[in-house]
Design a binder for this molecule. Structure first.
Ligand SMILES: Cc1cc2nc3c(=O)[nH]c(=O)nc-3n(C[C@H](O)[C@H](O)[C@H](O)COP(=O)(O)OP(=O)(O)OC[C@H]3O[C@@H](n4cnc5c(N)ncnc54)[C@H](O)[C@@H]3O)c2cc1C
Length: 344
């Protein structure tokens, strides 16, 4: 499950696209307007308007753009000018500065924004002391899954990393004491190193960047804010194709300070993560938190389960595990949870 933040800056041809305008702007009364100037949140959440939840506001802005009511740059506007320039400049100094860097005056004019991928709720399965299923591997923070459920409240990302990072550090320090170094097979290490350095020494790395761009676009269009079964299935086919093509792509230069090689390594990891995200989204035939399926728009209490994927051969085995409730109880009577157990 991937959380989107509703108000990332949209700056054409700039890598700064996606830099955040903070939530406090909407909290203070900031308005979101579509291309024709309508305060569109009135259609999606008339009671809370712009103060609605991140997932709802993000989906609303995305829908406005998809349905042709976006700004010329495929965005929506955030307007805080009615709050008074002095108020905005005093209370949102950082945001005013950020916009000024791009020639925009947040305190006096609307600024283009759009949803931006923000946080991965899923991740490596850990127990409460950050152990994973692999002996000696610990995980904490955004790499780990299961801490936030299907959404994350603002501010809890850094808290998660700090708390679980601290726990992992303490636990690891105790765990290593008196333990022999793990046996490492030199043949296996050589095989991994050979696979990872295989693309080095090529002539032209352009193919790599078109694959990265394709992966980004398909994740945005079919695995992002609004998903459906057909889109997810076709995305999975394309992700696999990108993975295969990526494995055959070469990058120029050697291993020292080689950004293209880093991007190649990133592509390898991104296709793995993308496949897991799409696969678990396809299995979950309901909508919940940040996961929205247009073909299953309601939450289904039978899906009060976690979807787990485990590597198996070249694919993944997917299964479900009922959510264990501790302090918070589900608002609805939970029927028999759904069980999914499929190989791939
Ligand atoms: C734009 C933005 C704004 C946010 N604002 C907030 C906020 O206001 N409040 C909040 O609570 N949360 C916020 N979050 C979420 C929060 O910042 C993150 O969830 C949190 O920082 C994750 O911490 P982490 O330590 O798990 O991972 P990271 O902070 O991503 O740290 C991982 C580190 O590992 C390094 N690394 C990666 N690969 C390797 C490698 N192979 N070898 C060595 N090092 C490696 C990376 O360089 C990085 O330094 C925000 C997130 C984003 C994207």
């Amino acid at each position: 499950m991937v959380q989107f933040h509703p108000t990332g800056l949209v700056i054409p041809n700039s890598l700064m696209t996606g830099a955040l305008l903070e939530e406090g702007l909407r909290g203070a009364g900031g308005r979101l307007l579509n291309g024709p100037g309508e305060r569109f949140m009135a259609r999606y959440d008339p009671a809370r308007l712009e103060r609605s939840t991140r997932d709802l506001v993000s989906r609303a802005a995305f829908t406005e753009v998809q349905e042709g009511r976006g700004t010329p740059n495929g965005a929506v506007w955030i307007d805080v000018s009615h709050l008074g320039a002095r108020f905005v400049e005093e209370n949102f100094r950082g945001m005013v500065r950020r916009c000024r860097d791009f020639g925009k005056d947040l305190a006096r004019e609307p600024v283009e924004v759009g949803p931006t991928a923000h946080f991965l709720m899923g991740g490596v399965v850990i127990d409460s002391t950050c152990h994973t299923a692999l002996e000696g591997l610990f995980a904490a923070g955004e790499d780990a899954g299961g801490v936030h459920g299907s959404n994350r409240l603002g501010g809890n990302g850094v808290a998660d990393s700090t708390v679980f990072g601290g726990i992992a550090g303490d636990v690891m320090a105790d765990w290593v004491v008196g333990r022999p170094l793990p046996a490492v097979s030199t043949a296996r290490a050589g095989e991994i190193s050979g696979r990872l350095s295989a693309p080095l020494g090529g002539v032209d790395g352009a193919a790599l960047y078109s694959l990265l761009a394709r992966l980004r676009l398909l994740m945005w269009e079919r695995v992002g804010l609004i998903r459906d079964g057909a889109g997810l299935e076709s995305a999975l086919v394309e992700i696999e194709e990108i993975e295969q093509r990526g494995a055959a792509v070469a990058v120029p230069g050697g291993p020292e300070y080689n950004l293209a090689w880093q991007d190649w390594l990133n592509l390898t990891n991104m296709t793995t993560a993308a496949g897991l995200i799409a696969r678990s989204a396809l299995e979950r035939t309901e909508s919940r938190g940040s996961h929205f399926r247009r073909d299953f728009p309601e939450s289904d209490p039978r899906w009060l389960v976690n979807v787990l994927a485990q590597a198996e051969g070249k694919g993944a085995r997917v299964r479900t595990k009922p959510v264990r409730f501790t302090r918070v109880r589900p608002e609805v009577e939970r029927p028999e949870p759904l069980t999914v157990e499929v190989g791939d």
